[in-house]
Design a protein around this ligand. Structure first.
Ligand code: PEP
Ligand code: MG
Length: 571
């Protein structure tokens, strides 16, 4: 008997493969008194050796897939494993106190972690993080509960997990990972967004997939409808193979539009651009015929490593993106860390409400050294193409003015040192916070452009955590409350001769596109894979039809009424 679960369609496509469960084992240790000291020491040595072998393999694979720099972290882990200052005291404790190896390992590792963390030195804090990671690995072997690493997958699978963090998602290898399904998450959680740019079919928020799918079971992930089918029958398999074939056909039709302009039926041009997380995503941008980059989420450059990227590393990444886009617009967003995107090495305190906390521009204005480094890298890259700078999570005019002043300061310093900087860099903000949408007429006098970040704007307008599937019904892009805010922003920008884009997921949503076109949105920035379907859709409607539907929608009462209106008219 098959089991069908319904979740949130997070990334289009269909995957049919064996389940691979990604789990974090329970590594709690118990203290035991032992009299078999030699056996405990042997067990410790064996666990150390297995961990070393494992790390060597992961390091080599990371080096091949992602390069030397990413592999460095595993060299640091290997050094910890061979460090007598850590390992000898563990052996000593087993002998002196006659305790089990797992207990001794945990005790000594915790002592080192606490000691390094207390030091006011970033290098030592990073060593604390290394020791914590490595000791977990050794402990997992001592307890016989090995930690499975995504980097080690070497056959075709569908990942089943409670949740995937953005850094887990970044490690997924498309060759083997055909899709994923999680218990928690929403359409705008970053793992979902990344799955779309990696073109990995995904369903999130299916609540109980980890209860239902055992390792090795056959699983279908239907990222088009948001369904997960566990142990499908032969009929279901045949049905989904057909659905997959139809989807591939549809993609071929869309692909014909790759070099076509994005125009409405009556010839009005709209800009269809793509969101990227890393320079590697540019291939998708180009293959899908996007007319530029509307959002480069630079935080991924800061993730999956154990220290801040240097100015030069950042400069190279930004330069690569603007150069590859060859004069087409590239909007680069300054660091937006926080919420579901963490940087362990910054050692920020745990927060009760991370999405409402010390994040993005708030953090950058406080840690201004880090921010200035990024601004310099951006300014230096500006001469290599059409680079625009965008600040995330702006809540007040003062924040914008402060960020802009830092940018101006860094620009003057670079110029006075003879470094070339473009003299027409547009500087804009994301509109993600209702206060900013309401104050758009005032902001419009000072910014060069707006880009509406609906993923956050919707969560803050409805006070509904974007990661929490229990409140995912409040992700309501078509609700007139959101449409009215969007209209306020667009109208305010046009009144000052500025432009408005949208880089939240709503911009690529087929039900929202007619409304946004009608409201006068200038630029639509979406996952690269949505560009061609959007181009096809826009070519089939006139601007006047879109305006009429948007006007009607603004007078309606609920998201459902708006949805029905659009469906009735266009789909
Ligand atoms: C948004 O909030 O809509 C947005 C594009 O930013 P992010 O998804 O990275 O928070
Ligand atoms: Mg956001």
């Amino acid at each position: 008997m098959s089991t069908q679960l319904t979740g949130i369609a997070a990334s289009a496509g269909i995957a049919i493969s064996k389940a691979f469960r990604l789990e974090t084992p329970d590594l709690t240790v118990e203290k035991k008194t032992i009299d078999t000291i030699d056996e405990e020491i042997q067990a410790l040595d064996a666990a150390l050796q297995t961990s070393k072998d494992e790390l060597e393999k992961i390091k080599e694979k990371t080096r091949q897939d992602l390069g030397d720099e990413h592999a460095e972290i595993f060299s640091a882990h290997l050094l910890v494993l061979s460090d007598p200052e850590l390992v000898d005291p563990i052996r000593q404790m087993i002998k002196d106190e006659k305790v089990n190896a797992s207990f001794a390992l945990n005790e000594i590792a915790n002592q080192f972690v606490a000691m390094f963390e207390a030091m006011d030195n970033d290098y030592m804090k990073e060593r604390a993080a290394d020791i914590r990671d490595v000791s977990k690995r050794v402990l997992s072997h001592l307890l016989g509960k090995p930690i499975v690493s995504l980097a080690e997958i070497n056959e075709e699978v569908v990942i089943i997990a409670d949740d995937l963090t953005p850094s887990d998602t970044a490690q997924l290898n498309k060759k083997y990972v055909k899709g994923f399904a999680t218990d928690i998450g929403g359409r705008t959680s970053h793992s979902a967004i990344m799955a779309r740019s990696m073109e990995i079919p995904a369903v999130v928020g299916s609540k109980e997939v980890t209860d239902q799918a055992d390792a090795g079971m056959n699983v279908i992930v239907d990222g088009l409808e948001g369904n997960v089918i566990i142990n499908p029958s032969d009929d279901e398999l045949a049905e989904y193979r057909q659905k997959l074939a139809d989807y591939e056909e549809q993609k071929k039709e869309w692909a014909k539009l790759v070099n076509e302009p994005s125009k409405s039926k009556d010839g009005e041009h709209v800009e269809l651009v793509a969101n990227i997380g890393t320079p590697n995503d540019l291939e998708g941008v180009i293959n899908n015929g996007a007319e530029g980059v509307g959002l480069y989420r630079t935080e991924f450059l800061y993730m999956g490593r154990d220290e801040l990227p240097t100015e030069d590393e950042q400069f190279e990444a930004y330069k690569k993106v603007v150069e590859t886009m060859d004069g087409k617009p590239v909007v680069i967003r300054t660091l937006d860390i926080g919420g579901d995107k963490e940087l362990p090495y910054l050692d920020l305190p745990k927060e009760m409400n991370p999405f409402l906390g010390f994040r993005a521009i708030r953090l950058c204005l406080e840690k201004d050294d880090m921010f200035r480094t990024q601004l310099r890298a951006l300014l230096r890259a500006s001469t290599f193409g059409n680079l625009k700078i965008m600040f995330p999570m702006i809540a007040t005019l003062d924040e914008f003015r402060e960020a802009k002043a830092l940018l101006e300061e860094e620009k003057s310093k670079l110029l006075s040192n003879g470094v070339e900087v473009s003299d027409n860099i547009e500087v804009g903000i994301m509109v993600e916070i209702p206060s900013t949408a309401v104050m758009a007429p005032q902001f419009a006098k000072e910014v060069d452009f707006f880009s509406i970040g609906t993923n956050d704007l919707i969560q803050y307008t409805f006070a509904a955590d974007r990661m929490n599937e229990q409140v995912s019904y409040l992700y309501q892009p078509y609700n007139p409350a959101i449409l009215r805010l969007v209209k306020m922003v667009i109208d305010a920008s046009h009144a000052e001769g500025k432009w408005t884009g949208m880089c939240g997921e709503m911009a690529g949503d087929e039900l929202a596109i007619p409304l946004l076109l009608g409201l006068g949105l200038d630029e639509f920035s979406m996952s690269a894979t949505s560009v061609l379907p959007a181009r096809s859709q826009i070519s089939q409607m006139t601007k006047a039809e879109a305006q009429s539907i948007a006007e009607q929608a603004l007078t309606l009462n609920t998201a459902e009424e708006v949805k029905q209106l659009v469906e009735k008219t266009f789909l």
